[in-house]
Design a binder for this molecule. Structure first.
Ligand code: SAM
Length: 363
């Protein structure tokens, strides 16, 4: 006999739906702790060993390796580094597999929830089963099977995946909330309409709406699974945000419409021509005096720190981030200025947290 309701809903961890069984949760706690340990305790030592190994390679060949394969080959000669890289990758493969298995056990119920939320509020969602998906967006980014666009439950998987990825610091969306609270605003302080690009599961626009309850808050993402889940997640918190499946490089909004446009961790995941088109579109949809805030990886100057360049190349390959090298090399600040923005601020340190702030000049 098959039981239809064999799983008790185990509630939420912060705003993230709990995994289906206690055993799944325990397994993921172990992975999360291991990742936290791996990322922090031996990191300095691994960096030193990696730098030393790469320097030796350079001395032998009189050339720095240029792409991921020779970097990985060189680093695999150093057992501690090779073990560290392998363990990091294995943990990541293991966590996606377990998260997906776990949610899939009650996949039918979760899909029904998404279907019901499509037609409910507060807030709204618009998506198109025939959306013309560009090829670049179909990669399994972060080695998440199906990536952002190819799995109906991709939003659920991503939510739990980033919870583990952030190692606890974003539990309850704490990091997004802090970013929203600290975000730069248009200099005249007027925030009536906001737009978040590449919103993922919508944590940032929800935090922005809470800060500006009267504002009309919009958020777009190229993945239908992401906007559908983002809407469900916002709705369950009683927050009114409008989510739309849309490409950041081709925004279907009028010119001069928004006061504030934000993008958290979008830019390192899109190829250079799409980066350029997105900056142009952000400029177009902002009103004069409006502000664009970008939180993302710091730019890399390989002349200053060759290892930082190699580390990014290797992470791009190992973590399924095919475009991140193009981003860190593209000088987004300059690109913004060439597009017409005025750069207000770009933190030297910890740019992912503090962001780059670009103003559209007032008319
Ligand atoms: C790393 S996630 C960041 C999500 C979110 N901003 C956050 O704070 O967690 C990047 C998101 O960008 C979306 N994306 C990628 N290319 C896009 C594009 N061209 N237009 C809109 N969204 C895009 C992906 O689907 C994904 O949800």
């Amino acid at each position: 006999m098959t039981l239809n309701n064999q799983f008790v809903d185990r509630g939420k961890v912060g705003n993230t739906p709990a995994l289906t069984t206690r055993a799944d949760e325990t397994f993921m706690d172990y992975i999360s702790d291991m990742r936290n340990f791996l990322m922090h305790a031996p990191y300095k030592r691994v960096t030193e060993l990696s730098e030393e190994t790469l320097r030796r390679t350079k001395t032998r060949n009189d050339q720095w390796p240029k792409c991921a394969d020779p970097v990985r080959d060189a680093l695999s000669t150093e057992p501690e580094v090779a073990t560290w890289l392998r363990a990091k990758r294995t943990l990541q493969e293991a966590y996606w597999a377990r998260i997906m298995d776990s949610y899939n056990q009650r996949g039918g119920t979760l899909k029904q929830k998404l279907d019901a939320a499509d037609k409910s509020g507060p807030g709204s969602v618009k998506w198109d089963p025939n959306f013309p998906m560009p090829e670049y967006a179909t990669v399994d980014i972060h080695i998440q099977p199906g990536g952002y666009v190819n799995e109906d439950l991709g939003g659920f998987y991503y939510d739990y995946g980033t919870k583990v990825f952030f190692g606890g610091v974003n539990d309850g969306d704490a990091r997004h909330t802090k970013m929203a609270e600290k975000t730069a605003l248009p200099k005249d302080g007027n925030v009536s309409r906001t737009l978040d690009l590449g919103t993922g599961i919508g944590q940032l626009p929800v935090a922005i709406k809470r800060l500006f309850p009267k504002a009309d808050v919009w958020a777009i993402d190229i993945g239908a699974p992401m906007v559908r889940y983002a809407h469900l997640r916002a709705m369950e918190q009683g927050v009114d945000v409008n989510f739309v499946q849309m490409a950041s490089e081709k925004l279907d909004f009028p010119s001069g419409h928004f006061d504030l446009v934000t993008a958290h961790l979008l830019f390192h995941e899109i190829p250079l021509p799409i980066i350029e088109a997105t900056v142009r579109e952000a400029f177009r949809v902002l009103r004069p005096g409006g502000t664009f805030v970008i939180w993302d990886f710091a730019s890399v100057d390989p002349g200053k720190n060759p290892y930082a360049g190699f580390a990014r190349t290797l992470d791009a390959a190992d973590n399924g981030e095919p475009y991140s090298v193009e981003f860190v090399n593209c000088n987004i600040e300059k690109l913004g200025e060439q597009t017409g923005f005025k750069l207000r601020y770009a933190a030297e340190e910890d740019i992912a947290r503090h962001g780059r702030v670009l103003d559209k000049p007032a008319a």
